[in-house]
Design a protein. Structure first.
Length: 159
């Protein structure tokens, strides 16, 4: 996660924004407890990780203020795609797409019909290529420097 935040956002964010990103990003261990978090390995190395959530929090790690553990209603709410990170050595090799497919399939199995996520500028091209569309752009300044993010959504196709 640290390598992904520090390296993959270069060219999209200033050094101050990358440092601020560490406050608003990271792993929410509720995903692990809920058994909705995936880790992809390649040759014994972690290539990437990410998950989905049936809870209201849209993004942020254990240390991020403002988390909401309330359970979502699959008939009304969108499942959340959360804490997506690819190790820079494995970027653009299909790891993110694999995790998105796993999240989509698992959320569909629990009755969700939509997904939402909060995209970083470096992650947005992946999400757009997977069918997510922008809902709103925000600036999150909780880490000091304002970090641009885009809330995105996608309909889960029926199978």
């Amino acid at each position: 996660m640290a390598a992904a935040i520090g390296e993959l956002q270069r060219g999209f964010l200033s050094p101050e924004q990358i440092a601020a990103s560490r406050t608003i990003m990271g792993l929410d261990r509720q995903l692990v407890a809920d058994r909705t978090y995936f880790v992809v390995e390649d040759g014994g190395r972690i290539a990437g990780c990410g998950g989905w959530s049936r809870r209201a929090t849209l993004y942020g790690g254990d240390h991020t203020p403002g988390r909401d553990p309330e359970l979502l209603d699959p008939a009304e709410d969108a499942a959340r795609v959360r804490a997506m990170y690819t190790h820079p050595d494995f970027a653009r090799r299909g790891v993110g797409r694999l995790i998105l497919a796993l999240c989509e399939d698992a959320a569909r199995a629990e009755g969700f019909r939509r997904l939402e996520l909060m995209a970083t500028m470096s992650g947005r091209p992946l999400y757009e290529s997977y069918g997510f569309t922008p809902i709103e752009d925000i600036l999150d300044a909780r880490g000091g420097a304002p970090v641009p993010l885009t809330r995105m959504g996608k309909t889960i196709p029926a199978r």
